[in-house]
Design a protein around this ligand. Structure first.
Ligand code: ZN
Length: 289
């Protein structure tokens, strides 16, 4: 209990500091007359402002992306922490917002570790450690009689001899572009999955409506009926194909690929080397499995 209480106090104090504009980022130290290099100590690419340190710097952005806590609406709509955090508060559940605060604290802690000890950790390490802290905090404050729900469903590697395909789609309202993303992996990783026959195949999607429609035997009379029929046939012809619904947190790589495809890139595929923007999510999937 004492540990949880300490975490709670640290978290509250940290958020208060952010909102009161006294987080000692380098731009603020410079404004106060301290002779200091204002570049970000982690990426050395931009001036270290609070919003850069907590949200936009590469590791921070990967942490929030893996945890799916910064995506809707686009974080870039808000140019300050003071504007962004209240928006997140409005759009996230109470538990998700609490996890976000703890992740921001971990991001700042990682930044300080770089400043004082010249050691920083990757997003794939920060996220599971912080969620472990959150579990400790929660178990200290939630009644032991209350049902326990997993806060983050993890991607699980398939058994040896199986290949898993995670898929997702996105639609960008502003650009009116759709994006599709998919990743094949076997028990050894992306590279091995691509060099083998893709059977037996397990398909995972976080779209519950589509998974339910494809599992149903009844005629689909919706405007997507013909498409659903074709997809059912495809699943039947793929050897031992199974279709499973998973939470978005277990479908992170496909989600990030689909989101990126809807905004930035023409169609592309990768074999052994994943594009940089999805490396952290792939590493995260491979932790604690
Ligand atoms: Zn940076």
């Amino acid at each position: 209990m004492e540990f949880g209480l300490l975490k709670s106090q640290v978290k509250s104090k940290f958020v208060l500091e952010s909102l009161c504009k006294i987080l000692p980022t380098r731009d603020r130290l410079s404004e106060r007359g301290i002779d200091i290099d204002t570049q970000c100590p982690l990426c050395d690419e931009e001036v270290e402002t609070p919003v850069h340190a907590l949200r936009d710097c590469r590791i921070a952005s990967e942490v929030l992306s893996i945890a799916h806590l910064a995506l809707v609406p686009l974080a870039s709509q808000y140019s300050s922490v003071q504007a962004w955090l209240p928006d997140r508060f409005r759009h996230l559940s109470k538990e998700s917002f609490s996890i976000l605060l703890m992740l921001l604290w971990a991001i700042w802690r990682n930044r300080n570790s770089q400043v004082w000890d010249e050691v920083s950790q990757s997003a794939a390490v920060i996220v599971p450690i912080t969620l472990g802290w959150w579990e400790e905090f929660r178990s200290a404050h939630v009644s032991s009689h209350a049902p326990r729900q997993p806060i983050l469903q993890k991607w699980k590697k398939p058994s040896a001899g199986f290949v898993k395909l995670n898929v997702d789609a996105s639609f960008n309202l502003a650009s009116r572009r759709a994006g599709l993303g998919g990743v094949f992996r076997d028990s050894q990783g992306v590279k091995e999955a691509c060099s083998r026959h893709l059977v037996p195949l397990i398909v995972e999607s976080d779209c519950l409506n589509i998974v339910q429609a494809l599992h149903s035997n009844s005629l689909d009379n919706s405007v997507l009926g013909y498409l659903i029929g074709d997809l059912r046939q495809l699943l039947l012809t793929a050897f031992a194909a199974s279709l499973i619904h998973v939470r978005r947190s277990a479908n992170g790589v496909a989600h990030i690929l689909a989101r990126d495809a809807g905004v930035n890139h023409p169609a592309f595929e990768f074999l052994s080397v994943a594009p940089p923007f999805v490396e952290a999510a792939i590493s995260f999937d491979c932790t604690i499995n």
